[in-house]
Design a protein around this ligand. Sequence first.
Ligand SMILES: [Fe+2]
Length: 206
Amino acid sequence: MGKYTLPKMPYAYDALEPHIDARTMEIHHTKHHQKYTDMMNVALEKCSNDIQNKDIKEILSDLSQVPAEVKGAINFNGGGYDNHELFWNNMKPNGGGEPGGALADAIKASFGSFADFKEQFSSKTAPIQGSGWGWLVYNPSSSKVEYIAMSNQTSPRTKGMVPLMGLDVWEHAYYLKYQNKRPDYIAAWWNVVNWDEVDSRLSKAK
Ligand SMILES: [Fe+2]
């Protein structure tokens, strides 16, 4: 067994119904997330012990430290491994609503209001070309929260950002239920956001 193992889901596959269907969640976790995990382990075998012993966050934050021949594979599969673990946990059954506390204040400071943030996040994530993610991140250099769109599985960590909340808009995340209607998936997804988890990530990032 390699260093990385598929993280356990924090809830049942059908727990996010009707917003995200059980079959999509099961395939997404047991096939897609598993594949990123397995391929990250393959790529790590070509790395020094020093790299192998590092946390995924440290690796993704500085990809110049990994051998050139596996840099692309680690960007993709390490990102996929980390992004999906974040994604499962920034959702929960009976989620949604609005954040409170420091997260609410940070969102207001950066976006004007929660409604403006939600609109901007949705309208920037829906048109991502091909496969990618929309992210709310914490930018350590400005000490503010920001929106960032990332292609494929590239982690916001590669840009020095701390991921707080990610939305996977790869077709594998929604196609069985929503087909080509990505905006409908995004609209439904707000009902399962786990704001407590996002707020907790923000306090750890500061
Ligand atoms: Fe995914």
